[in-house]
Design a protein around this ligand. Structure first.
Ligand code: FAD
Ligand code: NAP
Length: 334
């Protein structure tokens, strides 16, 4: 028998944005319901040390997310293990369909579906995904003890993955298309000092090379971006770390997006183009994409949802044809 649940605030996503929204919405007595999705805890569960979460000089990403979940739960957020497969935002209450068969109806929605790893999109990458090609060093690094590995990319993720993989690999080659990294300087220092890591500048992955019996990667062909010269590198693992794209599938056709799919919010606000629908974290943020900024936006979204819901209650009894207001930025101290 399909189940239907109603909530004042439905939070979709369980990364720093979602759990922080849960903490604030629960403390505002809104009894929020949070749907965790396929990756409970979000992107930080795929990393090891986090060194820039205020209050913790160093904390393991998965531990931090367990603590955030416990915090949200302890103040009254109901946390549900489900995946939202469809959202109907054209009428109120809003309707969300869960993969479990449960239908969630909600007076307001906070979208916090985050981002996920990008792939290069080449056939050989696809062919060896799970057989030597990965986008998660913490998930798969252990399989490459004593082996040679390449990492593609030049941002924080690529550098952190390269450093982490030296715990297992005999050698890590970081392949970057320019001669300058985007990663933070502190990470670059560690990379350049690590004797197991070699950096190959001005190169792009051309092809992943492998064998079929048993199926696995044996090397990569890389192309010099200026000369076009192809070089082969022997390796057993290829870690693609070329950035992240917003997980916007639920709303990309109904909400305004920009900069490659990030949901647009009003200035200094998490309000989207649909009144009562708020968006927080990496789903909206093409610029900072940090745990702490995501958590900050989760807080804003909950405060704005609270404000917006109170405005709807005040509007009850007024002329029904009066247009409903947007969730205005919160300017009062809470
Ligand atoms: P995410 O963490 O991306 O979480 C998204 C959530 O949405 C997930 O729980 C997912 O299950 C859920 N979801 C998605 N679709 C659905 C759906 N249809 N239904 C229900 N739920 C859904 N930042 C730092 O500040 N410091 C670091 O050291 C750091 N290290 C990082 C290391 C790595 C390897 C990576 C990949 C990122 C790192 N970041 C770091 C960035 C940081 O993880 C992100 O900025 C942050 O996690 C974004 O939080 P979020 O809540 O917006 O979304
Ligand atoms: P990113 O900062 O966008 O970097 C992506 C890297 O991949 C860039 O160096 C880019 O090259 C390269 N790239 C992109 N497309 C490519 C292609 N088609 N072929 C080859 N190379 C390609 O992404 P990220 O490293 O995943 O980081 C995402 C966000 O999470 C960032 O905001 C980051 O700060 C955050 N994060 C933070 C931490 C931390 O705080 N310790 C750790 C991980 C992630 P160019 O440089 O030439 O563009």
């Amino acid at each position: 028998m399909p189940d239907t649940r109603h909530t004042k605030v439905l939070i979709v996503g369980s990364g720093p944005a979602g759990y922080t929204a849960g903490v604030y919405a629960a403390r505002a007595m809104l009894e929020p319901l949070l749907v965790q999705g396929l990756e409970p805890g979000g992107q930080l569960t795929t990393t090891t040390e986090v060194e820039n979460w205020p209050g913790d000089t160093e904390v393991q990403g998965p531990d931090l997310m367990v603590r955030m979940e416990a915090h949200a739960r302890s103040v009254g957020t109901e946390i549900v293990g489900d995946i939202i497969t469809k959202l109907e935002l054209d009428k109120r209450p809003f309707v969300a369909h869960g993969d479990s068969g449960t239908t969630y109806t909600a007076d307001s929605v906070i979208l916090a579906t985050g981002a996920r790893a990008k792939w290069l999109g080449m056939p050989s990458e696809e062919a060896y995904k799970g057989f030597g090609v990965s986008a998660c060093a913490t998930c798969d690094g252990f399989f490459y003890r004593g082996q040679e590995i390449v990492v593609i990319g030049g941002g924080n993720t690529a550098v952190e993955e390269a450093l982490f993989l030296t715990n297992f690999a005999s050698k890590v080659t970081l392949i970057h298309r320019r001669d300058e990294l985007r990663a933070e300087k502190i990470l670059q220092d560690r990379l350049f000092k690590n004797p197991k890591i070699e950096t190959l500048w001005h190169h792009q992955l051309e092809e992943v090379v492998g064998e079929d019996n048993p199926k696995g990667v044996t090397g990569v062909k890389v192309r010099h971006v200026d000369t076009g010269e192809i070089t082969e590198i022997d390796c057993k693992g290829v870690f693609v770390a070329i950035g992240h794209a917003p997980s916007n599938e639920l709303v990309k056709d109904v909400l305004e997006t920009h900069m490659g799919g990030y949901v647009v919010t009003q200035p200094d606000s998490t309000a989207t183009s649909i009144p009562g629908v708020f968006a927080a974290g990496d789903l909206t943020d093409h610029k900072y994409r940090q745990a702490v900024t995501s958590a900050g936006m989760g807080c804003m979204a909950a405060l704005e949802a609270e404000r917006w819901l109170s405005e709807q209650e005040l509007d009850e009894g007024k002329d029904e044809t009066e247009p409903l207001g947007y969730g205005a930025p919160v300017d009062a101290a809470h």
